[in-house]
Design a binder for this molecule. Structure first.
Ligand code: FMN
Length: 172
């Protein structure tokens, strides 16, 4: 897909809608060249430190966690309606078990501004460089969220990704 650079807030309402359902696709690589992709549903897009930021929450148990830690960058790929199957698979299968890109014919192209793959069939992509991260502080959570989302383990790491480029298909 031939995507062109767009403002970071291009179709932001649509991104936030798809984040809630069915989810977006976060992809990252290791310096060795290996890549992985997972579905994300918990994230925000905004403006911090004078920069457009995509803040994604990733649990340490995710295989993808290792990739972001290694490269300090990631892409967030907005799926078209007909890619919902991929979103389901990438949110239920781990790259520790299968090569999700290869097994499900998810074609990728290197991002333009960071060392991470972009998914060709996605009409919009955010390319993000991690400029800050912090770990969720269990003691600061409401008991209700702690119980419903964590049960005492696998608390998210919050990655603040500077959006170095947002790219979209001209018809999107
Ligand atoms: C709709 C949906 C949203 C999800 N959102 C997140 C998320 O925001 N953060 C997270 O750590 N895991 C999230 N997951 C779970 C991961 O996508 C899932 O565990 C995936 O298999 C991890 O793949 P990996 O081990 O290859 O990294 C979500 C799953 C689904 C189905």
């Amino acid at each position: 897909m031939q995507r062109e650079r767009v403002p970071y807030d291009h179709k932001l309402n649509k991104t936030l809608e798809l984040l809630q359902k069915p989810g977006l696709l976060l992809a990252a690589s290791k310096k060795s060249g290996e890549s992985n992709v997972m579905t994300i549903g918990w994230a925000t897009v905004g403006f911090i430190w004078g920069k457009p930021i995509f803040m994604a929450l990733v649990r340490p148990s995710r295989y993808t966690f290792e990739f972001i830690e290694d490269s300090q960058c990631f892409t967030v790929n907005v799926p078209a309606d007909d890619l919902r199957r991929w979103v389901g698979i990438c949110g239920s299968r781990s790259g520790r078990e299968i090569d999700k890109f290869g097994e499900y014919n998810i074609a990728t192209t290197p991002a333009q501004t960071v060392a991470a793959p972009t998914i060709d069939a996605c009409p919009m992509v955010y390319e993000c460089q991690v400029v800050h991260y912090n770990d969720l502080i269990p003691a600061n959570l409401t008991p209700e969220i702690d119980a419903s989302a964590y049960g005492g383990t696998d608390y998210h790491r919050l990655y603040f990704g500077h959006i170095l480029g947002a790219f979209a298909d001209p018809s999107y």
